[in-house]
Design a protein around this ligand. Sequence first.
Ligand SMILES: Nc1ncnc2c1ncn2[C@@H]1O[C@H](COP(=O)(O)OP(=O)(O)OP(=O)(O)O)[C@@H](O)[C@H]1O
Ligand SMILES: [Mg+2]
Length: 399
Amino acid sequence: MTDTDRTVSGASIRLDGVVKQYRGQTKPAVQKIDLEIEAGHIVAFVGPSGCGKTTTLKMINRLIEPTEGRLFIGDRDVTGEDPDKLRQSIGYVIQAGGLFPHWSVQKNIGAIPRVLGWDKKRIAERTEYLLDLVGLDADTFRDRLPKDMSGGQQQRVGVARALAADPPVLLMDEPFSAVDPITRVRLQDSLIAIQHEVAKTIVIVTHDFEEATKLGDKVLILSEGGKIEQYATPEEILAKPANAFVEEFIGSGATLAHLTLSRVKDVEHEPVVTARVGDSSQEVIGRARAAGVTWIVVVDEHGKPRSWPSLDEVATNDTVSDYIDPRLPVVAPSSTLNDALDVMLAASQGGVVVTDGRGVVTGSLTIKTVMSVVRGQLDEAREGDGHVSYTQHAEGSAT
Ligand SMILES: Nc1ncnc2c1ncn2[C@@H]1O[C@H](COP(=O)(O)OP(=O)(O)OP(=O)(O)O)[C@@H](O)[C@H]1O
Ligand SMILES: [Mg+2]
């Protein structure tokens, strides 16, 4: 995404010689780290377990106090700032959302705005906006308790809550590690779409190099003791791993890395025939036959997919019936081809439904298309110098 076509509301982050030495430890958990994160960018921290990702992240909002060094948000030196005040300008999302279990969705989202003294009406309006932003229906979810929601829904509320007071910085610690693969792809794609709208500065910790390359404008690879091994764009890391550690860390995945760097929006889609609940089955079947397809996508009033019955299934009723298929494989333009394959495998299907950034059905993608892209790129890699050339995925919009 280019910085010229959007208003960046995020602030830069700078760590200047920051060290963390836990009490009683002989070696620092994070050795002297110098790091600059550009305003409006997403940076992903990756590295083996125990290398200091969480420690580094939590020093940014001072949930962990640095032993040495200085910390800047924008031009502000926040090293000595009141930590409670600092945290009002830094959203924080943890695994499974970290919601207060006895509070409704609305109360959870309003937590920081209430501290800031917002009135009820403003909090209610903000809640409504944020639920829509994260893809949840406000009327359905406003008064729910976390226990009555799925993990993915809780995670969405966690993101909404972190954005409540419109902080310039969002910190996320393995936010998507507790959900199934299909939900994870959807949440990642939502985050990309949300970021396109709000343009915050986001730091996300993950175990998963693929997730890092999908989400990060830049990826920070750490080794034990918080040592920076490489800090670069995903393309640069894959094309030129800085050293043996990085090479080992990205591992054999690198040969198929173009699956992570190629996005659904970069490849050709097949058209789909859509129908609304209650449409005449005969009419829909007629349209599908004319288009030469053997299945259709049933959409709701917003054009979002609900199910994808075969024509035989459609023919069993006079009108298109209402049914939500919870395993419906769906990908967005920002999904990687690897995601598309994962989703197909998880759903045991040879294709996926493609939506735009807002979840409206735009077409479908088959395993045949994905495989032919892979084959073409592997051939290209073999003919060339061994490096696959990547298309710049950071350009253009997420929708
Ligand atoms: N409160 C603490 N006291 C002492 N040592 C700690 C404390 N918290 C973390 N550590 C140590 O600091 C190092 C870095 O931990 P950290 O949680 O930052 O790693 P991580 O990269 O987030 O790991 P993971 O991927 O497993 O979440 C580890 O060796 C850990 O044992
Ligand atoms: Mg951690």
